[in-house]
Design a protein around this ligand. Structure first.
Ligand code: RFL
Ligand code: PHB
Length: 395
């Protein structure tokens, strides 16, 4: 027998960036919610992921009063470096975009801040739940059933349900009439975490005949680096000395610059795909973030795109509760998709331009080199890259 159902205006499935930002945005407008999360708080806060935050995401965190630690501990980058053909080029985003920068503040730190602040302002996040099931989505009283952390059945009665359960979640399966678009890439990334000081003050993206490499950072003591590898390669098959020799070859293409080595304490392989679900709502269910779309990591868009969906959904719900208007909710999918397809395009463009694709012929390889050459020599092309990287304005 299930305990007495709890009522909440908005039931949010998933405590990732989409779900937690949504909970904060709604709370700011006086709309309460309950977040259900299958993982424990420790797991959510301990999953180390990148955090290249677009300027407006940073501004939003500040507006929500969530920016204090990010301001102190985040790293502000005014641009990126592109390396190819043995040359290195700096793109100065601040100059190209009229003052916008990117902030490197890892995703798990963002989540830690959002969780702490939400619990402090009276919000409910139920961690460690199981068997989450959605019911009555085309009625005015949708419900979520689940088992709490002790395995007991519980029920949440809502006005709306937000499916923010990521790429492996099930909420997307409830969206009837959807079409799914997918593009697979014939390569992946071998990522490593290294105990070392930074080798450079900004990110370096390198295209090399032997494959792509990226130099990134997590903190002053921990660095993140990636090497292009096969899509199904196993991280354990890459000994440390092979990783370092490949990173040196692909990144040290410029005289006088050297990569600082350190102890590698984590290796993993990340697959690369682009995915879009072209309907993001069904009845009273709205899906947001990775539940609806995936981008390859080359454009650093995943987290920011999830937050943008949360902003659009919060606006729709604010109009519904504040003014009794449904038009923004009805337009939710269309509004999100305009931004999503542009982020998909940019992520695909960065990925194809910077990787060596074994399936491409020499003509196509030279086209990508011409693209890079164009970007670093034309202010117009550099500006287009910069304005996408720092984040297009929200509609
Ligand atoms: P998330 O972050 O996956 O959060 C979804 C949450 O839902 C929970 N969940 C459920 N909860 C309740 N009931 C269920 N039935 C549930 N099923 C799942 C999950 O436990 C999880 O906590 O999705 P969200 O909020 O849409 O946010 C999306 C971003 O997290 C994602 O786009 C980025 O992390 C993508 N991403 C990267 N983005 C970047 O911008 N730069 C990167 O370098 C970068 N690297 C990455 C990444 C994603 C990765 N994975 C594993 C998907 C590297 C990796 C490995
Ligand atoms: C990362 O730091 O993990 C990172 C940075 C930029 C990207 C992708 C990943 O484009």
């Amino acid at each position: 027998m299930s305990a007495t159902p709890v009522r909440t205006p908005v039931g949010i499935v998933g405590a990732g960036p989409a779900g937690l930002f949504l909970a904060h945005l709604l709370h700011r407008q006086g709309i309460e919610s309950v977040v259900l999360e299958t993982r424990s708080r420790e797991e959510v806060e301990g999953t180390i992921r990148a955090g290249v935050l677009e300027q407006w995401t940073v501004d939003l965190m500040q507006d929500l009063g969530l920016g204090d630690r990010m301001r102190r501990e985040g790293h502000f980058h005014r641009g990126i470096t592109l390396r190819f053909n043995g040359e290195s080029w700096h793109l100065d985003f601040e100059d190209l975009t009229g003052g916008k920068r990117v902030t490197v503040y890892p995703q798990h730190e963002v989540l830690r801040d959002l969780i702490a602040a939400r619990l402090a302002n009276g919000g409910e996040i139920r961690f460690g739940v199981q068997d989450v099931q959605l019911h009555g989505l085309t009625t005015d009283r949708p419900r979520i059933t689940y088992r709490n952390g002790d395995g007991e059945p519980e029920e949440l009665h809502c006005d709306f349900i937000a499916g923010c359960d990521g790429s492996q979640g099930t909420s997307r399966q409830h969206v009837e009439g959807r079409t799914e678009y997918q593009h697979l890439y014939p390569f992946g990334w071998l990522g490593i975490l290294v105990e070392a000081p930074p080798s450079h003050h900004e990110l370096i993206y390198a295209r090399h005949g032997r494959g792509f490499a990226l130099l990134s950072t997590r903190s002053p003591d921990i660095q993140r680096m990636y090497l292009q590898c096969g899509p199904t390669d196993n991280a354990a098959d890459f000994p440390d000395d092979l990783i370092w020799s490949e990173l040196h070859r692909r990144l040290e293409t410029v005289d006088g610059w050297t990569l600082t080595e350190g102890r590698i304490f984590q290796k993993n392989v990340i697959g690369m795909r682009s995915f879009v679900c072209d309907r993001m709502q069904h009845g009273r269910l709205y899906i947001a973030g990775d539940a609806a779309h995936i981008v390859p990591p080359t454009g650093a868009k995943g987290l920011n795109l999830a937050v943008a969906d949360a902003v659009y959904l919060a606006r729709g719900l604010e109009d519904f509760y504040g003014r009794g208007r449904r038009d923004r909710l009805e337009q939710y999918t269309a509004t999100c998709l305009r931004r999503i397809w542009k982020a998909e395009r940019f992520s695909w463009y960065m990925t194809t331009m910077l990787h060596t694709n074994p399936a491409e012929d020499p003509f196509e390889q030279r086209i990508h080199l011409a693209d890079l050459d164009y970007v670093v020599h034309s202010r117009a092309a550099a500006t287009a890259l910069a304005e996408n990287y720092v984040g297009l304005p929200l509609d």
